[in-house]
Write a protein that binds this ligand. Sequence first.
Ligand code: CA
Length: 248
Amino acid sequence: MPAPHERSTSPTLLVIEDDDTIGRHLDTGLRAHGYATTWCRTGIGGLAAARASAPDVVLLDLGLPDSDGIDIARELRSRQPDLLLVILTARTDEIDVIAGLDAGADDYLVKPFALSVLLARLRAHLRRLPSGHDGHDGHEAALRVGDLVVDTQARTCRLGDVEVSLRPKEFDLLAVLAEHAGTALSREDLMARVWDENWFGPTKTLDVTLASLRHRLAQAAVQAVPPTEPPSISTLRGFGYRLEACGE
Ligand code: CA
């Protein structure tokens, strides 16, 4: 059965944001960068627009006048499992971010944020959409993030022209982070994927392995010819980690 929405070459994007200034800024900026963008000011309007057009991406403000953004997130996710859902929040409370991610969001941005940061996150996410909006097709064993190449079949890691030697858990951790580049991964999720799916104990070993991984990547970056930058692995306090290509 054909999808109700025919995918064009440019990703379709729905912005649900009640703030006029931010909404207009996003609408204009995203259009200028090739995203077919629709802007709604209410949660109810946003749900209706999503139902009508099945967008590839929704940017959802959590503080909406007519509804709780978390409820809207949950509804969008249940209706459209393959949606890329990014929540926008002015709230600095980590609880809101966690609630949003639990409700099905793939990523979040805390306002105010630069359009360039949003665009970089969207590029990182859209690279991994199964249908691909960037010309990639088929399966690739090698994960690429900037100058970093992680080959999960050969279990090799390269940064620029340097082969990076990693311990098994460092490799596994990097592979998971690189596979989900641009996405926030919780500590629990990382522990379960890299160590043990039934892990309930302390997660100190994650921090130790991550620190060592950062160190090895930084060393490799300096040795590379020409010198390069390692991908940045951000610490999300109280939540987990996120890997991004440097400069994105
Ligand atoms: Ca708002």
